[in-house]
Design a protein around this ligand. Structure first.
Ligand code: GAL
Length: 699
């Protein structure tokens, strides 16, 4: 996804993350599974609008997201508002029975704003000031921007806050992309204030940042700068704080707009996230600030199994929503236009992708965008109504899918229940991603995706959880990337295991605290109780080198498909065992003969440790043993790995989504009513290649 704005890295605060109270708020007046997309009609003469609305109705569209980039239209001059255009649009949608998701247009300030406030432009890490002509290039800490954003949000809220068509407020667009970090003067002052609030005294900052090393001690707050381009590696604690700060600045912009809206409107507020795709937002913190969680997801066309990463993003979104229904704000009907090779979706893929999101908790399916643009940067992006018009395959699929969603109306509000959690901590990923780590090949996102994929292949539905979360409802917790783990969070994991939980920890875990300072007592010391070991020394491998791992202890894989000798690369550890049982040993490599995989009884549960980068089969071997410990029987016998099965529960019904991503027909045991075709299922459900079935059964 290298060219998409989301691929930039950056930025949040360290308040403990515990679940917000679960209040299920939903977009007003959207019944059933909502269907629609971004609608940018400012691109066409108004005659086209009537046709748009007629076709929306034909497709079963129930909402349109408008105004996301329309700042200059509603405020053509500073402080001068003109709502005539938007009034006509909102009224037209209303009289046509289409609900409105109303954007605040603050991702693209008008040209007049940049002329009046040139100092509010983003400065990059290299010191380049970004100019007008794109989007997302305004400094979040700039007072002029904040004031202008709140002013336009207030004006919109006063005008439309009680409009009967209004379903949801959509603040800004994808905070954190394309620019997450800003190195302007505004950012510098805001960063110093942020640090003062966090540390209180300069002494505390010096201690926590470890400035005694390399003579970095600060004697005055005015000496503290931004972590911009430097001769060599910057202080990692400073870098980590700057990521937190940058995320906090963006969130403060959101909160300011949200509160301005709330002063005039009771309609719920969201902003569209980019779960996993945007590396600069700590969604656990953002999730607490929105009324409804929404997400955008675009497939990585280069990934032949991108259904797995789609599911991963959907699961994180639902988890950030604390299990409540969420809103898929954007995805694409077919190709995007910003990847190197923009592969068109195959027939049926639009439906399959969309229903994956619904299976994983989405109660709204939106696309970018309704009608394909003829001009501008995104004219080669697919749309619900493509350039080829209503004679096209994409249009036929859009209309057919609208009818599908109509058949799934009763699924609205039903929830996904997972027995397995995967830990995800954005702060840890930021810290781990900094320079001068033991190996450039150790990558938090890569390991998270790998363990997720292994679970997906086993048809295990998971929630993501922050390491501070209450975990006792999960039979199994996997920690793929817990480099930064506070002592409190590690104690939480130990409690989980002591209470009967099964914890699987991947290498390079429990290494540093919130300040990127190595824990006292050795690598992994805070996890010693749960895992029965610490790490004496890291033993990373050279690029291209592999090691063999022989499994001989507890839970030796018995499944014919899984090898007893596993293959790994990238990383090994010299372990100092403190009670852990060795279940697999290095057959070669720098730690030949030493423990590779261990299991430790702690209280009523077990802590597993995997000290190397196993391939997918290896991860599944570990999981197979951990499932046994956890009393889980994950896989439907005889069902291939390309068949995705997810259950949503509502009232006394289970809605089982079966999505066949493979090239062969699948058969799954099921009894009930298949809702998409409207046929009864008696014991056995056949799902042709590429198709989807949704079976309602009574519990
Ligand atoms: C999203 C963005 C949309 C559009 C889309 C194209 O990230 O919110 O405005 O640019 O990408 O895929």
């Amino acid at each position: 996804m290298d060219d998409h704005p989301a691929s930039r890295t950056a930025s949040s605060s360290t308040a403990p993350v515990s679940p917000a109270p679960q209040v299920s708020v939903w977009a007003r007046g959207l019944d059933g599974i909502a269907y629609g997309g971004d609608y940018n009609p400012e691109q066409w003469p108004e005659e086209v609008w009537a046709e748009d609305v007629r076709l929306m109705r034909e497709a079963g569209v129930t909402f349109a997201t408008v105004g996301v980039f329309s700042w200059v239209l509603v405020e053509p001059e500073e402080g001068v508002f003109d709502f005539t255009w938007l009034d006509r649009l909102v009224d037209l949608l209303h009289t046509s029975g289409i609900r409105v998701v109303l954007g605040t247009p603050t991702a693209v300030p008008p040209a007049w704003f940049y002329r009046a406030h040139p100092e509010a432009r983003v400065v990059t890490r290299d010191g380049v000031t970004l100019g007008f002509g794109s989007r997302g290039m305004v400094a979040p800490s700039a007072p002029a921007y904040r004031a202008a954003a709140v002013r336009v949000a207030t004006a919109l809220a006063e005008r439309y806050g009680a409009h009967p068509a209004l379903a949801l407020w959509h603040v800004h667009n994808e905070y954190g992309v394309p620019v997450a970090e800003d190195y302007s003067e505004h950012a510098l002052h805001a960063f110093r204030d942020w640090l003062r609030a966090r540390y209180g005294t300069l002494d505390e900052l010096n201690t926590r940042w470890g400035t005694a090393f390399w003579g970095q001690r600060y004697g005055d707050w005015d000496e503290v700068g931004l972590p911009a381009a430097a001769a060599s590696v910057l202080n990692p604690a400073e870098r980590l704080d700057f990521s937190r700060f940058s995320d906090d600045q963006l969130r403060a912009c959101f909160v300011a707009e949200r509160d301005a809206i709330r002063a005039h409107s009771g309609v719920p507020v969201t902003t569209n996230f980019m779960a996993f795709a945007c590396e600069s937002t700590d969604l656990w913190k953002w999730g607490r600030e929105v009324d409804v969680v929404s997400n955008d997801h675009y497939l990585d066309a280069a990934d032949p199994r991108n259904q797995v990463t789609l599911a991963q993003a959907a699961d994180l979104t639902r988890s950030v929503a604390q299990g409540a229904p969420w809103f898929l704000m954007e995805h694409s009907t077919s190709a995007v236009n910003w990847q190197p090779r923009n592969v068109a979706k195959q027939p049926g893929e639009l439906r399959r992708n969309s229903l994956q999101h619904v299976a994983r908790g989405a109660d709204a399916v939106g696309f970018f965008q309704w009608r394909a643009s003829r001009s501008g940067a995104e004219k080669f992006h697919s749309a619900m109504l493509p350039h080829a018009g209503t004679g096209s395959r994409v249009w036929r699929e859009v209309v057919a899918f609208g009818a599908d969603l109509g058949r799934l109306a009763e699924v609205q509000g039903a929830r996904v229940h997972a027995r397995v959690a995967v830990l995800w901590d954005q702060e840890s990923a930021w810290a781990q991603g900094l320079e001068w780590r033991p190996s450039v090949d150790v990558d938090a996102r890569e390991r998270t995706a790998a363990w997720y994929r292994a679970l997906w292949d086993d048809q295990v539905t998971i929630d993501f959880a922050h390491p501070s979360a209450e975990l006792s409802r999960y039979a199994l917790v996997v920690a793929p990337a817990s480099y930064l783990l506070t002592a409190d969070d590690a104690a939480n994991l130990s409690r989980y295991v002591a209470g009967g939980g099964i914890l699987v920890v991947s290498y390079f875990a429990g290494i540093v605290d919130q300040d990127d300072t190595v824990h006292a007592g050795g690598y992994g010391a805070p996890l010693r109780e749960a895992l029965g070991l610490t790490v004496e020394e890291f033993a990373p491998l050279r690029a291209g080198d592999a090691v063999r791992v022989a499994w001989h202890g507890h839970g030796a894989p018995t499944d014919g498909g899984i090898r007893h000798e596993l293959v790994a690369d990238t990383w090994t550890d010299h372990l100092a065992l403190d009670g852990a049982e060795v279940v697999a040993t290095y057959a070669d490599g720098p730690v030949a003969g030493g423990p590779a995989v261990t299991r430790h009884a702690h209280g009523r549960g077990y802590g597993w440790y995997v000290s190397t980068r196993l391939d997918d089969d290896g991860l599944r071997a570990v999981l197979a043993a951990a499932y046994r410990d956890a009393g889980l029987a994950p896989r439907e016998p005889g069902v291939g790995r390309d068949v995705e099965i997810v259950v949503r529960r509502g009232g006394e019904h289970d809605y089982t989504f079966v999505l066949n991503h493979g090239a062969e027909p699948a058969s799954v045991a099921a009894t009930g009513d298949e809702l998409l075709a409207g046929t009864p299922v008696d014991g056995w459900l056949k799902v042709p290649a590429g198709e989807v079935a949704v079976v309602r059964s009574t519990r």
